[in-house]
Design a protein around this ligand. Structure first.
Ligand SMILES: [Zn+2]
Length: 283
């Protein structure tokens, strides 16, 4: 069954929830926004969540407020990093609550992953095709969120996030639940040989089998082009880092195929809005 389930009502942001997690763990909220149910206009229509593109800031903040209202969390809980396709993980403390919610300047700088064990903090990050990675340790009540494009993936930000959870909060990989959210699929993500060289290095570091390599990418229609599956590569990195395969949920929706539901950087020629991923504990 698709782990990300859509909830929508007229005039409200349409949101995808990781249903099984939320049902099994009271107080946990985790999911992904769509492009529907906001106030942004034109190419950002309508639920653009990101401040770093040329959308009207008032519209973005209204969208974030509407999402908060729909999730029944205060807007003050939104906490964001300034994403740079790196591998830095920030530990979010109570005093950091709300960083980056209304302006980029006070977000965690150069940060693609956030972790916390504080309640009442909503970790968020932003996407148009890149891969949202979610982490939840139900034993120590720790949540984590990481943004992984191909660069963050080969930098193994998934592993870095898990290591930070372990070093900071004592999380053990075997307890950790992970989810890989809506992102561009290998059906739509064509890359050049220079990207595949880096992917190959990463697969070699992982000790990947030939079968694992075939699952991560395949030749494209044109000579020198490849179709890359970032979800699968992140899954392999998570397993190598000690997460149990049965604890990994993978979204089956491709942001490139579903531009009715999602913004897609690739399909919309780099000029589009961003969705938000979120995870938080409210008790
Ligand atoms: Zn696709």
């Amino acid at each position: 069954m698709e782990p990300f389930q859509l909830t929508s009502s007229p005039g409200r942001p349409a949101l995808l929830h990781i249903d099984r997690w939320e049902c099994s763990h009271p107080g946990l909220s985790a999911g992904f926004t769509t492009r529907m149910g906001g106030v942004s206009e034109g190419r950002y229509s309508s639920l653009n969540c990101a401040l770093h593109i040329q959308d009207d800031i008032g519209h973005v903040l209204e969208n974030r407020r509407r999402i908060s209202e729909t999730l029944n969390v205060p807007f003050e809980a939104w906490t964001c990093g300034e994403q740079v396709h790196g591998r830095k993980v920030a530990v979010v403390q109570r005093t950091d609550r709300g960083k980056g919610r209304a302006a980029r300047e006070d977000a965690f700088q150069d940060t693609d992953a956030l972790i916390t064990n504080e309640t009442g903090i909503w970790l968020t990050s932003f996407y148009a095709d890149c891969v949202p990675l979610y982490f939840f340790d139900p034993v120590r009540r720790v949540v984590g969120l990481a943004h992984a494009g191909w660069k963050g993936t080969v930098l193994r930000i998934a592993q870095a996030t898990l290591v930070a959870m372990s070093e900071t909060y004592g999380s053990e990989a075997r307890d950790v639940m992970a989810a890989i959210g809506p992102s561009i699929g290998s059906c739509c993500y064509e890359v050049d040989g220079n990207v595949i060289e880096r992917i190959d290095e990463c697969l070699t570091e992982l000790g990947a089998s030939e079968d694992d390599r075939r699952k991560a990418y395949r030749p494209g229609a044109q000579q020198g082009k490849y179709m890359l599956g970032l979800q699968e590569l992140n899954r392999q990195i998570m397993i190598k880092a000690g997460i149990m395969p049965m604890h990994i949920e993978i979204c089956g929706m491709c942001t490139g195929c579903r531009t009715d539901l999602f913004f897609s950087h690739r399909k919309e020629n780099g000029s589009t809005g961003r969705m938000a991923s979120w995870i938080g504990l409210n008790l």
